[in-house]
Structure formats: C-alpha cells, structure tokens
Design a protein around this ligand. Structure first.
Ligand SMILES: [Fe+2]
Ligand SMILES: [Fe+2]
Length: 193
C-alpha cells in the first residue's frame, strides 16, 4: 500500500520502537490519524504527535478498509500502563506487540514451530515483563479470542494453536513469579559488570 494512503498509524505502547517514526509517517500520510490506548494519548501521544491522536477504549472496534480491528487494553502486559494490542477480526490475527519477543536476525516472517522457547530465552537474558497481578487474566483474554496467528513485533509470526501458546506463556510466568530474584537480572549484570 502506498504510504500516503494510510488512514491509521498506531502502536501498542509509547516507546521508541513503536512510535519513534510516527511524525515522519504522519507527514507522508496526510489523512492518517495516530492512535493508541486512551491513557497513552493522555500521557504521551498527544504531546509527541504532530496531529491530535485518537485513544481507543478496551474492546473498541474500527475499520481499516476491508478489515475490522478490535483494540484490547492490556495494561502492563508485557509492559507499560498504556499497553494494548490489536486483533484483526477478519483474519483472527493477534498483533501482539512485544509478546513472544524472539532475539536474533534472519528469522522467517512466519513459522509454524512454537516461538515460546525462543521468547523465554530472550526473557531469561532481559526480563521485560511488568509482572503485574493481571498478567495471566490478560493473556487468558487473548487466548479466548482463539487467534489463528500471533503477529509478533520482534521475531517470526506464529501460525498454529495460538491460544495454547498464550496459556503456556501465562503458566510459565506464573511458575517463574514464585522464584523471582529480588533484583532484576539486567540491573545485576550492569552493576556487577
Ligand atoms: Fe515495549
Ligand atoms: Fe518492542
């Protein structure tokens, strides 16, 4: 699609890799509206964006041409109180942002092999989860959508039993929460290094 035809430009939560190039895109796409979670618009997006942003509420749906999208507010999962994800109701694709982040390069765009082992390897190096009390319930909401694909922002998209993988992620986090160290590993590494 030509960039100037874009009508919606948004992200999961306000970080550089989500919104860093937002104003460049808005300049190239004059009809586009920036969007994010309502709280993200209040706290960051309207200060940063060159045009007023649209904040979506939990469960709100909107159309992008032939596709219908649903916004789910997923605060702190995996991080950011403004965090949300988009579900493409037409294809049942979950645009799941930082969930299932896999390190490395040269991966296939889509894989049918599970991505949880690789993403847990990433979390072992750098725990980027907020470990909020709502994490399992939020992941269960996503599993209930029964996505056909998990479109990860970092790494391969997964095509397969996405609901099972989301539930396995929740169980893995629950197990890990019982033995969290008092200091995050990334901070320990910096101090000790
Ligand atoms: Fe992030
Ligand atoms: Fe990210």
């Amino acid at each position: 699609m030509p960039v100037e035809k874009l009508r919606w430009i948004g992200g999961s939560h306000f970080e550089g890799d989500e919104f860093g190039a937002l104003n460049d895109f808005l300049a190239a796409a004059p009809e586009a509206t920036p969007f994010g979670a309502e709280i993200g618009v209040l706290t960051s997006l309207n200060d940063f964006a060159s045009r007023p942003a649209r904040g979506f509420g939990d469960g709100e749906e909107f159309s992008i041409g032939s596709r219908r999208m649903k916004w789910l507010y997923t605060p702190h999962v995996p991080h950011g109180w403004d965090c949300g994800i988009l579900f493409d109701l037409s294809t049942r694709t979950l645009l799941c942002g930082d969930l299932f982040t896999q390190p490395g390069a040269n991966m296939p765009p889509v894989t049918e092999s599970e991505v949880l082992t690789a993403s847990e390897g990433m979390r072992e190096m750098m725990d980027y989860y907020a470990h909020a009390t709502n994490t399992s319930a939020t992941l269960e909401r996503m599993a209930d959508l029964d996505p056909s694909m998990l479109a990860c922002q970092h790494g391969s998209a997964y095509r397969g039993n996405s609901a099972a993988l989301l539930r396995e992620l929740a169980a893995t986090i629950e197990r890990g929460n019982g033995k969290l160290s008092t200091r995050p590993r990334a901070v320990t590494a910096q101090v000790d290094g």
